[in-house]
Design a binder for this molecule. Structure first.
Ligand code: NDP
Length: 308
């Protein structure tokens, strides 16, 4: 049976690794020991005490860490690469940056180890359901080798180009996500203050051309309900928008929306901290507007508030 090592049991890594445990001989490592112990308690997997121990004898090593910097650290300083067999494959599911991935791939190639950047989308719910979309960067043969592993948690796999192409597409998607969250939040804050119930406004928008995942799912489920669950940290979205902005600059592409999103999400991160969820950025809009976006507020039967 193929041996797989998985590194990074975070919000999304944990359910992804859960699917791998049902198909492969799996060893897991995460920085926080209790997470590893909790994972192996209920699944058929080996708890490794270091990245190197997880990598020993693995045919495929999967990483799912906050940024490419941690991937580099775990692979090279953490000793994982030295333990991998020649002709092994590293699949990086981190939403990383294309330039660092190209440098990692070149270093791995010196040892004949392949590399595929394979960031995911679909959120924690998609990971739990095994229905993530995966966007890959790498050679045809490496992406073909990665597919049986990715199939364990993906319902769609797209080969976007050479190493770094998956990370580039992911960053672009994330810039759009950030723009949609902020833009939808600000129009709903204005509507609320104008006396319109935001739930009714969304009923219209979601049957019209202004709709997005933010308007259809994120804001109704998390903002109107005031639940704001933590599934994807705001700090990570801030990182993603920064990657998109760097890509725009490197390619000499004017990107005023990405620039503004980068500024707004960096401010939200410094205001709300490292553990806040990405949708909580809407709290900044609400504070500024002096109005909460919640169902039943701004009823058209009430006079518009003159409060700030
Ligand atoms: P989390 O912050 O929940 O988890 C990150 C993981 O990285 C944890 O396992 C953590 O270890 C580990 N880690 C953090 N710092 C270090 C370090 N210095 N050295 C070694 N390990 C470290 O992130 P997510 O799981 O949410 O996200 C992982 C990646 O997937 C990110 O790039 C993110 O942008 C992307 N992503 C996330 C989605 C989501 O919905 N959450 C959706 C799509 C992509 P430990 O917890 O054990 O301390």
């Amino acid at each position: 049976m193929m041996r797989v090592a998985f590194i990074g049991l975070g919000d999304i890594g944990r359910p992804m690794a859960g699917h791998l445990a049902t198909r492969f001989e799996l060893a897991v490592w995460s920085r926080t020991r209790v997470k590893v112990e909790a994972f192996v308690q209920s699944r058929n997997a080996i708890a490794a005490s270091s990245p190197a121990e997880a990598a020993a004898g693995a045919h495929v090593l999967v990483t799912c860490l906050p940024t490419s910097a941690e991937v580099e650290e775990v692979l090279f300083a953490g000793g994982a690469v030295q333990k991998l067999d020649r002709a092994a494959l590293v699949i990086d599911c981190t939403s990383g940056d294309p330039a660092t991935s190209r440098s990692i791939a070149a270093r791995l190639l010196e040892r004949e180890i392949g590399f595929v950047d394979a960031p995911v989308s679909g959120g924690v719910a998609g990971a739990e359901a095994g229905k993530l979309t995966v966007m890959c960067g790498g050679t045809d043969s490496d992406v073909q080798r990665a597919k049986p592993v990715l199939d364990a948690f993906a319902s769609k796999i797209v080969h976007c180009g050479g190493v770094g192409a998956g990370h580039a597409v992911k960053a672009a998607n994330q810039a759009l996500l950030a723009v949609h969250i902020w833009a939808t939040g600000e129009v709903l804050a204005a509507l609320t203050k104008a006396g319109v119930d935001p739930a009714l406004a969304l009923e219209v928008i979601n049957a019209s051309s202004g709709r997005s995942n933010a308007s259809q799912n994120l804001i109704p489920e998390r903002v109107l309900s005031r639940e704001f669950p933590r599934t994807f940290r705001l700090a990570l979205l801030d990182k993603d928008v920064g990657i998109a902005l760097a890509m725009a600059r490197e390619t000499g592409t004017a990107a005023p929306f990405t620039e503004l999103a980068a500024r707004l999400f960096a401010a939200a991160r410094s205001e709300l901290g490292e553990e806040a969820d990405h949708v909580e950025a809407v709290r900044l809009i609400e504070r500024e507007a002096g109005a909460e976006i919640r169902s039943g507020h701004g009823s058209p039967h009430q006079a518009p508030s003159s409060e700030p």
